[in-house]
Design a protein around this ligand. Sequence first.
Ligand code: ADP
Length: 497
Amino acid sequence: MSQQFIIALDQGTTSSRAVLFNHDSQLVDVSQQEFTQHFPKPGWVEHDANEIWDSQFRVLQQLVANNQLTPDDIAAIGITNQRETTVVWNKKTGKPICNAIVWQDRRTAARCDEIAAQGWKQKIQEKTGLVLDAYFSASKVQWILDNVEGARALANNDELLFGTIDTWLIWNLTEGAVHATDPSNAARTMLFNINNGEWDQELLDLFSIPQSMLPQVRDSSGDFGELTFQGKSVPIAGVAGDQQAALFGQVCFEEGMAKNTYGTGCFLLMNTGSERIDSKSGLLSTIAWSINGKTTYALEGSVFIAGAAIQWLRDELQFIESAGESESLALQASPESDVVVVPAFAGLGAPHWDMYARGAIFGLTRDSGRPEIAKATLQSLAYQIYDVLNAMEKDSGIELSQLNVDGGAIANDFLAQFQADVLQKPINRPKVLESTALGAAYLAGLQTGYWQYSDLLKVREVEQEFKPKLPVKTVETLLKRWHKAVDRSKQWIDLDE
Ligand code: ADP
C-alpha cells in the first residue's frame, strides 16, 4: 500500500493538534499548538477563528514536514473538533466578522431564559434532543447577528456564512470550495432536527437566522472536499464532534456500547443505535454519526468537574505538584478513612441537576490529611460516573457489560480500579488513549477504503482491563455515603443571595 497514513486534525478548546496514524491504528506522531483564550467580560469566552485556523494549519504542516510526508503518503484527512463553538464569516472575504463564541460562553443565557418562558423547552427537546441552553450554537449565532455592526444586513443579503469549527476548517482547507458539516456537529447547534436530519425552519425563525448561512450537512464518513498541497489533493473524508469521534474511536459501533472520557470534565456517551432514546434524567439525545445515509444516535451525559478536581488538589490546595501524583498520595490514605469529597464547584449536573449545590468535604476526623482528601477526590470522579451511567442504563433499558475509557485522568490506575469497583463492571483501557483523533481517522479511512470495519474491530488494543475487586456489600455502603454527601451539598447557595 503506497498510502501509509491517515491524518486526524483534532481542534480542541485549548489546542490544535494534528495526529498521524498508520494502518494498524498506531499513533505515529503528533504536533500540537495552544492558542489564546479571550475572556472579554465575566462569563464570556471567545477564540480568534483566524488563530484557530493558523494553529491548525501550522500543526498539519509540522506533522507533514517532521515525517517527510508527500500527498501520496496520506490516504485521507479526518477532522474532529470542540463542539458548539460558533464562527460567522464573510463569504467573499473569508474573514470572520468577530471572534468565535466558545461553547462555555454564557452571554446568551438570558435569551435562552426568555425562550424558555415562551414555552419552547419541550419543543426544542423534541426536535433537537437538547436541553435549551446557551451552551449550544443557536443563541450565539443570533447574538452575533444582533450585536455585530452591519451583520444583520449582510446576513439578509446572503453574504455571511455560519459554521461550527469543523465547518470553518473545511472551508479554509478547501479554500472556500466546501461549506459543510456532519450530523454530529449539526446536532449541537440547536437548529438541527435530529429526527429528520434537516435544519429546522421553525427554530431558524425563532433565532432569526437566515437559512442561507447554514452549511450543507453531509455524512460523517463522507466527501468534504480536498486539501491540495505539493500540487496534489488529499481527500477530507471524515468529520465528527469530539465526543462522538471518541465513541467511534473506541469502536463502540454496536447499540448499547459506551465510552467515558476523563478529561477536565467527563463525557459519557452510549450508542443507542438507529433510534433516539429520550432521557428522563436530563441526559441529551444526540446524533453519534451518519454513515451511508444511516444515522446512529447516542445518549450523552456529562460531569462538569472531573480532572478539574485533580487540578484543584494541585493548584488551590497544593497537595500535589502534578496530577499524576494524586495516585501515590491516595494510596497512602488510611483504609479506615470515610472522607467524601463532593466536587460540586459549579453545581451538579445529570442526574442531580442542582445549580445551587456547592463543593463540600464530609467525614473529616482528626487524622484526615492530604492522602485521605486526595483519595476521596479521585473517588468522587468514579461516583459521579456511576450516577450518570446508572441514569443512562435506566433511560435506555440497556445494561452495560463493560465501559471503554479514555482521556488524561484515566491513566491513573487507582481511579481506573476504583471505577471498576464502583460500577461492578470491567473497565477497558485501550493502548491508544487518543480515541477522539482516532475516531476522526477511522471515519475518514472507512470512507476512502483505507480501512474496512473488520480491520477496526481487530486492531483495538487493550492496554489493561480493570476487573471489579471490592465486594458488592462494600460498594453499596460507599455509594450510600456518597449519596448522603451529595444530598447535603445540594441547595447550598440561597436563591436570594
Ligand atoms: P482535556 O482534554 O479536558 O484538557 P485531558 O484528557 O488532557 O483533558 O486530561 C487532563 C485532565 O486530567 C486534567 O484535568 C488533569 O488534572 C487530569 N489528569 C491528568 N493526569 C492525571 C492522573 N494521572 N491522575 C488524575 N488526573 C489526571
